[in-house]
Ligand binder design. Structure first.
Ligand code: WTA
Length: 649
């Protein structure tokens, strides 16, 4: 197979933290002597009590993962306090508002003061070590304060993306038995207001009905919009913080104490509370941030993700701040006020390292090169991509048009469960192949298993597993360890199964081909087909639903729904709109279906199992190769599905 290769350029190699020889020797040591390797690199953090044990982890049996277990540290201390002596007046966070005229610069000293104040408010409101605090916020600096304040006192945060509905928020509040919610009056994105407080109020009602009372709602003023107020429960957080003490000692935490919960979708059931712990996570995210983005002191770094997703946790906040970096937080969207916004922001703040998602790259590519050329982009040095496979055309456009052929593109593969990046190039070491996430990071041992369960050696494709524990990985599903073991370690014994398909080429490069399970990746947002299906069947006119993904030019995948209606109901465009609105309300706007096909019946086997393979093919408009349909209970169902397909090319 002929593939384009972009060799490491001299300018990338010059001054880079890791060269090819170092990559090879460190990688070798990381997998042959993990205790020695991580024991050494764990010391990149400040430990209140140094660890003497490094790795105590196994993928067998009950799956127990512990790193640095007898060490003690605090994340907010590592992200803030330890930088004060040397870089107290350096900018920690540059905030760029939705409106281009609004921005802020927060130094490490100011961050320290703000986080201490927030931490003191949390304490005064009765939040204690180990309590779960739900954070439902827009992209404002106060969100960073809130998250860091939790880590300072040892509370476990559960950040819920601001685009989720009250129902989704409530489900997450109830699942982790959280009784404190931090939110804002309203969010602001692309000039539009998001009613966060109103949603949080509704979520609190739903949670209460499920037996989980929300005791406190702490509200940050963002827009000044009118909000409903529950006396005794609600508190203006920014006001309380300004009256609180600016000093708050950082609580010493055991390395394996929980740091945060982040809900993510799987192929079955409701979203899982992925639990990350303190020490290993911070070692992993700080180290990957430094080496994969070749972060040097003074660099301005911008990750465009939302803090509601894992990328925001690990690569807007914890990784960069642990490294004493200047990290940019952007409230807005790529196309507001116009499609040159990213490049305007890059020029305005002299961004050196820029990390975004393929869906944004494809959307901006579609808008035309002229928008990119409105910015100079001369400050850019490194470009990153994350969240879904990046197609080679988009990769080349990013490299050639945005980066003008000067900047390496680091395509970073990882998952919420992983904590931080697992497969990615290193700018000064790795030759790049557009569409490949290239090679494993230190300590990461990928293994490919074919559909017969055999290990694929050398070049070949199959299901991507990871064979050895790494420090940043999740420790459990919050409150359900059996589900953790079942979901990730039961498909292939002794291996962590990622749910992704993958190919390894002759050079040992990894090419992620996307999910092999029933998880969709829509514009980099992960969601389970089962979640969308259960939202659909909750509608009174729907009797049955099956949801599959189909290739979408900008979103990567679109959401295609087959819907069987109740007796006596008929499908119409109006009902389509109603169902789309219904799913938006149940889950959130990110789950809005792209296509709805009304189907008198779904293709089922004689044992009543829906044959998704057929539904996927029809959604892709690829029904010439449906394969064997003879096992269907009623093969004629397929003809109707084909005739009424919604995705004719
Ligand atoms: C996909 C986001 C190809 C993959 C950090 C994974 C990718 C899922 C890449 C995790 C990439 C993420 N190339 N696919 N560079 N990055 N994915 O949990 O399918 O939101 O399993 O974590 O996104 O999504 P999650």
């Amino acid at each position: 197979m002929s593939e384009t290769i972009h060799r490491v350029q001299d300018s990338w190699r010059k001054g880079a933290l890791i060269d090819e020889a170092t990559y090879r020797s460190w990688y070798e040591r990381s997998v042959t002597d993990p205790d020695g390797f991580w024991g050494e690199h764990g010391r990149r953090l400040d430990w209140f009590k140094p660890y003497t044990k490094v790795k105590n982890a196994s993928f067998d049996g009950d799956v127990s993962i512990k790193w640095f277990e007898d060490g003690e540290l605090n994340v907010s201390h590592n992200c803030i306090d330890r930088h004060l002596a040397t870089r107290g007046d350096q900018i920690a966070i540059i905030w760029e508002g939705d409106d281009p005229s609004e921005d802020k610069r927060i130094t490490y000293r100011q961050l320290h003061e703000a986080v201490c104040r927030y931490a003191n408010v949390l304490k005064a409101q009765g939040v204690k070590k180990g309590d779960r605090v739900t954070i439902y916020m827009p992209m404002i600096v106060e969100t960073a304060y809130a998250m860091l304040a939790c880590t300072r006192i040892g509370a476990i945060h559960s950040v819920v993306f601001g685009g989720f509905s009250p129902d989704s928020l409530a489900g997450r509040i109830v699942d982790c038995k959280s009784d404190v919610v931090i939110t804002a009056d309203e969010g602001l994105r692309g000039g539009r207001k998001v009613p966060l407080k109103e949603n949080a109020d509704k979520a609190a009602e739903i949670a209460a009905a499920a037996g989980n009372t929300v005791r406190k709602v702490l509200v940050v003023r963002r827009t000044g919009g009118k909000v409903n107020w529950v006396e005794g429960r609600d508190l203006w957080l920014d006001e309380a913080a300004s009256e609180a003490s600016p000093e708050c000692p950082a609580e010493p935490m055991k390395a394996e104490d929980p740091l945060f919960i982040l809900y993510t979708s799987g192929s079955t059931g409701k979203p899982k509370g992925v639990l990350h712990t303190t020490g290993g996570y911070l070692v992993h995210v700080s180290m990957t941030h430094q080496y994969i983005f070749d972060y040097h002191d003074g660099d301005i770094y911008w990750c465009t993700a939302d803090v509601g997703w894992v990328t925001g946790h690990s690569y807007i906040l914890y990784g960069p701040l642990a490294n004493g970096a200047t990290t940019l937080m952007f409230e807005g969207v790529p196309n507001y006020p116009d499609a040159s916004r990213f490049w305007q922001v890059v020029d305005k703040h002299k961004v050196n390292i820029f990390y975004t998602a393929p869906t944004a790259i494809r959307a901006l590519m579609g808008a035309g090169d002229e928008w990119v050329k409105k910015g100079k982009r001369t400050s850019l040095r490194i470009l990153g991509s994350v969240g879904e496979p990046i197609n080679p055309e988009a990769w080349e456009w990013y490299f050639n048009v945005v980066g003008e052929g000067r900047c390496p593109v680091v395509d970073t593969w990882w998952q919420t469960e992983n904590g931080g990046i697992l497969i990615a190039p290193l700018p000064g070491a790795t030759d790049l192949k557009p569409g490949s996430a290239t090679r494993p990071f230190f300590g990461v041992v990928p293994r490919i298993i074919d559909n017969e369960g055999n290990t694929v050696e050398g070049a070949g494709s199959g299901n991507l597993c990871i064979a050895e524990p790494w420090p940043g990985m999740m420790r459990t599903v919050y409150g359900d360890h059996a589900r953790f073991v079942e979901t990730y370690f039961s498909t292939y014994k002794g291996l962590y199964f990622t749910g992704d398909g993958c190919r390894r080429d002759e050079d040992g490069y990894y090419w992620i081909t996307g999910r092999v399970d029933d998880v969709l990746n829509v514009s980099g947002h992960r969601m389970g087909t089962a979640e969308v299906e259960s939202a659909l069947v909750a509608h009174e006119k729907v009797s049955e639903a099956a949801v599959v993904g189909y290739p979408h030019d900008v979103k990567g995948q679109g959401i295609y729904c087959y819907v069987t209606l109740m007796e006596g109901e008929t499908g119409s465009d109006e009902l389509r709109k109603e169902l789309i609105a219904h799913v938006r309300k149940e889950i959130g706007p990110i789950a809005a279906p792209d296509k709805i096909q009304f189907a008198p019946a779904l293709p089922k086997t004689r044992s009543a199992k829906i044959m998704r393979r057929i539904l996927r093919k029809i959604a892709e408009d690829d029904f010439g190769s449906l394969g064997d349909t003879s096992t269907l209970a009623d093969p004629s169902v397929v003809d109707d599905l084909i005739a009424n397909r919604q995705n004719k090319r």
